[in-house]
Design a protein around this ligand. Structure first.
Ligand code: DC
Length: 220
């Protein structure tokens, strides 16, 4: 069973995903990290990031893996590097290329199928494209000020002014929601949860209620 957790950045996706996975005894996959690793692969070869062919060549020549919550590129952890400014800035462009997405999505599906088809998977298009048949689809949202404040608390954004964080969030939201391939949007059958005034445990409990509901409907 796949539990799909989608939404923009700063809504608490990663924390909620990890906590939910622990509670349910499942593994979790952070698909944003897989696009960030693809971005590192492209940056390392000095690929022209506006050219899909060169970016795709760099991405397919490297191996992206995810093990125990750690993202690996060619067998080495890039857990810190994926959080760098350069990667954060360029990941939207790299992840907008349709053939790059195809390649990365194939890796994501294989990762889940290697785990017997059960995992908590977080991203932007998990419920719409990667696992459209997932029985539980959650779309997390939060008010813009709350998202900016949460991002400001993240280590990677700690040195940025809040106004820069807001501008960066807006830029990424716009890029992720308006791209042609797999734009960020809720699946028709997703349950939207606004996390602005909720703590992690509350959000996790709400998702567990959806899981229980699907179970009662015989969908799990
Ligand atoms: O969640 P994140 O900030 O680590 O995501 C990094 C980038 O990858 C961001 O620009 C959105 C993109 N992304 C995507 O296009 N599809 C996903 N399933 C996950 C992330």
């Amino acid at each position: 069973m796949v539990i799909a957790i989608d939404g923009p950045s700063g809504v608490g996706k990663s924390t909620v995903t990890r906590r939910l996975a622990t509670v349910m005894g499942l593994e979790f996959l952070d698909t944003g990290a897989t696009y960030r690793a693809a971005t590192i692969a492209a940056l390392r070869t000095g690929a022209d990031l506006t050219d899909e062919d060169t970016v795709l060549a760099a991405v397919t020549a490297s191996e992206i893996a995810y093990a125990d919550g750690t993202i690996l590129l060619d067998g080495e952890s890039v857990a810190e590097e994926v959080r760098s400014d350069a990667v954060t800035k360029n990941a939207s462009a790299v992840s907008a290329f349709p053939r790059v997405r195809e390649h990365v999505v194939e890796m994501q599906r294989r990762w889940v199928s290697d785990r017997g088809g059960s995992a908590v998977v977080e991203g932007r298009d998990i419920g719409t494209v990667v696992f459209p048949d997932a029985p539980v689809k959650i779309f997390l949202t939060a008010d813009p000020e709350v998202r900016a404040a949460r991002r400001a608390g993240d280590a990677e954004a700690a040195h940025q002014a809040v106004s820069d964080i807001v501008a960066d969030l807006n830029r990424r939201d716009h890029a992720d929601s308006t791209r042609k391939t797999s734009p960020l949007r809720p699946a028709a059958d997703s349950v939207e949860v606004n996390t602005s005034e909720m703590g992690i445990e509350e959000v996790v409990l709400e998702i567990l209620e959806v899981v229980a509901d699907r179970f009662e409907q015989g969908r799990l």
